[in-house]
Each structure stands twice: as C-alpha cells, then as structure tokens.
Design a protein around this ligand. Structure first.
Ligand code: PLP
Length: 383
C-alpha cells in the first residue's frame, strides 16, 4: 500500500472526529443537536431524512460513525445504556432460541439473562474459557446465540473469540461479545469472527464517568440488525443528543487514555503480586493468569485497565482495605479517569458468585506510584 492509498488509522479518525464543520460559524467542534422534531418540506416529505428525535439525531449519528470506525464495523447503534444495548439484541430475536452465555460476566446482565425464559428463550451458563464446555452446551437446532464477555467481570477470565465464533457459526448461531473491558484499542472482536460487539460506553469509551451509554457494532447489516434498529426506535432506547456529543468527546481520547491505564494496571499487578495480605492478583497480563496465553494472542497492545485482588484474611479484611485507601475512590463502575476500588460482592448482593474477599480495581490516570503506595499502605495494615 502506498502513501496515497493508506487509509487513516483509527487514532487519526478519532482525533479528528468532528464529522462536518458547522457552516454558520465554521466551528471546529460540532454543535449539540437536541431537536425533538423536524420541519416537513413544502412537498410534504422529509428530504433530509430527519423526522423525529426518538429515531433521528445528528449528534448520535456522528458518534455512531466514530464508533463504527473504532470497531471496524459495518454500522454502530448507540443506546441510552449498556443494558439497553445488550437487551435490544434479545428483544429483537424473532423466535425463541437457546443461548450459551459466559458464567463469569457483568452481574447485572447475568441477572437479566437468568429470567430470559419470560421472553421465550432459554440459557445455559458455561465457563466460556473452556471450549469443550462451550461445545457441550450447544443444543443442535436450538442454540441461536452465544454471549461472551472477555475479559470478564470481575475475574478477568479470557474467552477465545475466534474459537467461539467457529463453534457458533458451525450451528448457524450469532456470536455477541461484550468487549467493554477490552475496548476497541486492545481487541477487535469483529475481526476475530464475532457478529455483534457490545459496549457499556459508560466505561472507557466515554471515559469521564459522566455519561451512561451503550453501543452495538455489527459485522454485517442483516435481518437481525434491522430488527435491533427497529426495536431501538420503537422502545425509544437510543442515546440522547447531549450524551452522544459528550461520548464523542470522550472517544476522541480513548487511545491515549486506555493505553496509559493498561500500562499502570500492568505495573500495579506486577508490584502487588506476592504481597503477604493477598492470596491472588487477577490480571490477564500476568503470566500466571489462566487466560494469559489467549490474551497474548487476542489482545493487542495491552491487557486493559482492570484488575482484581483477593485479600488473604477474607471478606471483612477486604472491605477494611477498601475503606482505608485515600486516593482510590470507593465506588462502582469503571473506565473513568479516576481510579476506583470496589468490594464487588457487596453490590452484587445475595447469591453473587463473586468471591467475598475480592476487590475490583479500575485504574485511572493518576500517577502509578501514588496509586501503588496508597494501596500498599492499606494492605500492609491488613497483613
Ligand atoms: C461489562 C459490562 N457490560 C455491561 C454493563 C452495563 O452497562 P450500563 O451500566 O452502561 O448499562 C456493565 C456495567 O457495569 C458492564 O460492566
């Protein structure tokens, strides 16, 4: 490929993602489109294609175009939350199917899937890092959808996307990947054979903990995708214009943010390993992590900004560590600029499969030594 034909890289597309210049002022940054409705033309039509705000919003479309580029997708759709995006797929299926899903995944979505039978579907949860278990879960003629999350909350289990795509496609099923933690910077699931990628855009894509949003990105626009689009319009679950504008602002710096966060996470994982107060450090970038070999193959340029630690003395000691750090903020969610620490079992509640001694760490953009020393101080006390 010569210099003339080389397409712009995603970093360049993201950095310059201001779509169209605003023609009245020549503003470099586009305005926020908030109109709920649009004027009809003299001939009673809508030649510009914008009719009503529930389905048509230019700020949303501009952010969707950037999302499409980031994932190398055919098209992307933005939703009012990650949950709205994920559930739209299942609400759009036109007949009852059997679903094979990761056992370890975001608890809120797992809870929703557990009651999927009310929509006529059935689900089998398996350890999707174990490909034999995935194959064994298939019900020929019934399995229509695979749902995997990789790296998955909160153990950062790695599932081999290409291998599961092969299993899914052998039974004519669709593979959906929750790639929220990996981000398009470290994994491109569509290039590995997935059909739909889902993101809680609330996390790294926006990156500033000030927007709730979700995204779906599709490899090829097909019948299911058209139904998803229609479902979003009918349910009114699209993202709003202001949130889309903020999300686009966030996505433009995604590359630099997540690379730095992954770098800091890797250094913390290495430095915390072997601390006497800890029984385990879970991070896919560590050689001892069960998914490391697949992660090395599947993740390019980093292993993400999320890690978990397990506190030797159990649940109360873990909660005490979370309560005694100063820089790490004690809150749920992840992927923002500020580092967060969370005792996951407390938020997941009764019946949670999350170990009680586990603390989830979302690494932000603070200085790596500051973060390490703050945590080490709390762990030294626990030890
Ligand atoms: C991996 C993952 N997927 C999906 C979701 C749901 O996204 P949202 O909170 O934007 O609805 C979350 C939320 O924490 C998540 O962590």
């Amino acid at each position: 490929m010569d210099d003339q034909t080389r397409p712009a890289s995603v970093q360049t597309i993201a950095a310059q993602a201001f779509a169209a210049q605003e023609r009245i002022t020549n503003a470099v940054i586009p305005p926020i489109h908030m109109s709920a409705t649009f004027l009809r033309d003299a001939d009673n039509g809508y030649a510009k294609g914008y009719v009503y705000g529930r389905t048509d919003n230019l700020s949303v479309q501009q952010a969707e175009r950037l999302m499409t580029s980031l994932e190398g997708a055919d098209e992307a759709l933005l939703f009012g939350s990650g949950m709205a995006a994920a559930t739209a797929i299942f609400l759009a299926l036109d007949k009852p199917v059997h679903i094979v899903a990761s056992q370890v995944m975001y608890w809120g979505f797992r809870s929703w899937l557990r009651q999927i039978s009310r929509y006529g579907h059935s689900v089998t949860f398996v350890e999707t890092s174990d490909l034999d278990a995935v194959r064994a879960a298939v019900r020929p003629g019934e399995t229509g959808l695979f749902w995997i999350e990789t790296p998955s909350n909160p153990l950062w289990t790695i599932t081999d996307v290409a291998a599961v795509a092969e299993i899914a496609h052998a039974c004519d099923a669709v593979l959906c990947v929750d790639s929220t933690v990996a981000t398009p910077i470290f994994t491109r699931p569509l290039a590995l054979g997935a059909d739909i990628v889902m993101h809680s855009a609330t996390k790294y894509l926006n990156g500033h903990s000030d927007v709730i949003a979700g995204a779906l990105c599709v490899a090829r626009q097909d019948h299911l995708w058209e139904r998803i689009r229609r479902t979003r319009g009918q349910l009114g679950s699209a993202l709003g214009g202001f949130e889309a504008w903020l999300l686009m602002r966030g996505m433009r710096t995604l590359d630099v943010r997540v690379r730095r966060q992954a770098q800091t996470a890797a250094s913390l994982a290495a430095r915390l390993s072997g601390h006497p107060a800890l029984s385990a450090v879970l991070y896919p970038g560590l050689e001892q992590h069960a998914g490391h070999a697949v992660a090395l193959r599947q993740m390019t340029g980093g292993f993400g900004g999320m890690l978990s630690i397990r506190v030797e003395n159990g649940e109360l000691a873990a909660i005490a560590v979370a309560a005694s750090v100063q820089l790490w903020k004690r809150a749920t969610s992840f992927g923002g600029i500020e580092s967060l620490i969370e005792h996951r079992a407390s938020i997941e509640g009764e019946g949670s499969p999350c170990p009680g001694d586990l603390l989830r760490l979302s690494v932000g953009l603070e200085n790596a030594d500051d973060l390490y020393l703050d945590l080490k101080r709390a762990l030294d006390v626990a030890a």
